[in-house]
Design a protein around this ligand. Structure first.
Ligand code: NAP
Length: 253
């Protein structure tokens, strides 16, 4: 169990998948958690389950592609728990999957608006707070797609690559602010996103057997570990779920 007693965390994309599991992992480690996503009903149900198990959790409606909504979620966190220690930028979309040449310009741009501008909105909303308090942890959920092109995922690959660079910029500009920055590639994880990929049939990832994917609890526990000082030697890096050293340090193996 990783110790996050007294910490306050926001997790975006916490209505399901990796984000929902991360909220549970951080709450189990003692953090008060703010679960943010667009669909309130499922997000509230996740928060209620954490509260039932003795944790502190609230749900907020937040479309990360809208800066005011992101600011509102951060304000709600400060209003409820008085501070913000951890920001997990996890929300993301893979749809619409399809060839670049026939892509719909409106939906392609909307995906980038979530995956890249949403990541910017998160950083823009939390960095002034962490800079003022001279502490904080920012974890960006990246992807192998940030570093390798994949057929049918041009919007996703381009946005994830840009988001990884955005984190590097944040780190450079806040080198003296005692903010911990980490990227994380969760490998392939059994979530809605992988169901959508499988249904597309478009590239080698869609051909994978569902049993080959990590359960969401694995990246969630790795993220909880990354929030602790035990991960300090990796600050500024993008860690990978498939790395056995990480799995060992996170207590997964
Ligand atoms: P998922 O099951 O589809 O969950 C995505 C989450 O993001 C949902 O909670 C969704 O909730 C939220 N979301 C989407 N658009 C949003 C928006 N505009 N504002 C706020 N929340 C939004 O996907 P996942 O697999 O858990 O993915 C989580 C992260 O891991 C993503 O960044 C993804 O790129 C990354 N990742 C996943 C895999 C994988 O194999 N699954 C691999 C590499 C990286 P609402 O729809 O309710 O808003």
């Amino acid at each position: 169990m990783h110790d996050l007693d007294g910490k306050v965390a926001i997790i975006t994309g916490a209505s399901r998948g990796i984000g929902a599991a991360t909220a549970v992992a951080l709450a189990n480690a003692g953090a008060s958690v703010v679960l943010a996503a667009r669909t309130l009903e499922q997000t509230e149900a996740n928060a209620a389950r954490i509260r039932k198990d003795g944790g502190n959790a609230i749900a907020v409606t937040c479309d990360i592609s809208n800066f005011s909504a992101m600011e509102g979620a951060v304000a709600k966190c400060i209003e409820t728990y008085g501070k913000l220690d951890i920001f997990v930028g996890n929300a993301g979309v893979i749809d619409p999957i399809g060839p670049l040449a026939t892509s719909n310009p409106t939906s392609w741009t909307q995906a980038v608006q979530i995956n890249l501008i949403g990541a910017y909105n998160g950083l823009r909303a939390v960095l002034p707070i962490m800079q003022a308090q001279q502490s904080g942890t920012v974890i960006n959920i990246s992807s192998g797609a940030a570093h390798s092109p994949m057929e049918g995922w041009s919007h996703y690959c381009a946005a994830k690559a840009a988001t990884a660079m955005l984190l590097n910029n944040a780190q450079l500009e806040h080198a003296n602010d005692h903010i911990r920055f980490l990227g994380f590639r969760p490998g392939t994880v059994a979530t809605y996103m992988q169901s959508a990929i499988k249904a597309s049939g478009i590239n080698p990832v869609s051909q994978m057997d569902p049993s080959d994917h990590y359960k969401p609890e694995w990246p969630a526990q790795a993220i909880a570990w990354m929030c602790t000082p035990d991960a300090d030697e990796f600050l500024g890096q993008e860690l990978y779920m498939g790395d056995e050293e990480l799995q060992r340090r996170a207590g997964l193996i």
